[in-house]
Design a protein around this ligand. Structure first.
Ligand SMILES: NC(=O)c1ccc[n+]([C@@H]2O[C@H](COP(=O)([O-])OP(=O)(O)OC[C@H]3O[C@@H](n4cnc5c(N)ncnc54)[C@H](OP(=O)(O)O)[C@@H]3O)[C@@H](O)[C@H]2O)c1
Length: 263
């Protein structure tokens, strides 16, 4: 496959736009090499023009123009949208980002031998700090996988997991941004309660979470050790930690993940 890979998005909603904008921002893919389609063509044209990418009339046109095809419609539409173009998809690298659509479900309607992989990305791909959780059961060749990594590793950590772990890994990474945003908003409110301008409170909270996450991933420190490093005996931070424990923060987080898994 040539150096400059053309990438097509079937569905150009929140997730696809986050991925495309991340790819453009990190110069992983040139905007003129990105194609997309959606249900509402007029709305699509506005979004595509904003991002400098090519709007297509339908999935067929998108696939014909692409080497790598990202399936980014809602999970319940995946089969309906992909089945009519399955012959065309046989010639491409197909990357699913639809939650709850593993390799096995695509095998039911894609043409045998189609090169495809099921993934769950998260929205921080937009700023090059995302995660692509990928099922390690896939039909990509070594060369396909190399292309996949080349395109997406500038915007995300790529983690391959066993099929049975795809859902829970996707919940932690894919739903996590919503959970963390609640925490960020609460920190912002607390800052405002004590006199901080709201914008500054959010800036501080956002950078604090980004930095703490990076510190943990890069140093591979246990989160308990990181917490202990901030809590001096009889100090102020431990008073806040005790208040969070009284409020049931850990239990609330675990229950949130449970609720997603049991839906
Ligand atoms: N959002 C996340 O954080 C996240 C995280 C991980 C995985 N995902 C997965 O990403 C996928 C998309 O989610 P989303 O949040 O981006 O949803 P979304 O914002 O609703 O986007 C869905 C897109 O699909 C388009 N579409 C609908 N019917 C179509 C058709 N027949 N042909 C072509 N395109 C069609 C929609 O077009 P119109 O706008 O014109 O209707 C829209 O552009 C889902 O499968 C979801 O599980 C999302």
């Amino acid at each position: 496959m040539k150096d400059s890979v053309r990438i097509g998005f079937i569905g150009y909603g929140n997730m696809a736009q986050a991925i495309a904008q991340g790819l453009i921002k990190t110069q992983s893919v040139r905007p003129e090499d990105i194609y997309c389609c959606a249900k509402n063509y007029e709305k699509l044209c506005i979004n595509a023009q904003r991002d400098g990418i090519n709007a297509c009339q339908n999935p067929e046109q998108t696939v014909r123009n692409s080497d790598v095809v990202v399936v980014a419609v809602k999970p319940y539409l995946v089969r309906e949208v992909c089945q009519p173009i399955s012959q065309l998809l046989r010639e491409k690298i197909v990357v699913s980002v639809a939650a709850g659509c593993p390799f096995e479900s695509y095998e039911e309607f894609l043409v045998p031998g189609t090169h495809h992989i099921s993934t769950i990305p998260n929205t921080p791909v937009r700023v090059g700090e995302g995660i692509f959780v990928c099922e390690n059961r896939h039909s990509l060749t070594e060369e396909d996988l190399e292309i996949f990594r080349r395109i997406f590793s500038p915007i995300a950590m790529i983690q391959l997991v066993e099929p049975k772990l795809l859902d829970i890994a996707g919940t932690i990474s894919g739903c996590g941004p919503a959970f963390v945003s609640l925490f960020l908003e609460a920190l912002g409110d607390a800052g405002v309660l004590h006199g901080l301008p709201r914008a500054l409170a959010y800036q501080l909270a956002g950078q604090m979470v980004a930095g703490t996450g990076k510190l943990m991933v890069q140093s591979q420190a246990h989160p308990g050790v990181m917490k202990d490093a901030v809590c001096s005996p009889g100090g102020t931070t431990i008073v806040g930690v005790a208040a969070l424990e009284r409020g049931g923060l850990r239990s609330a987080v675990i229950e949130a993940v449970n609720a997603v898994q049991n839906k």
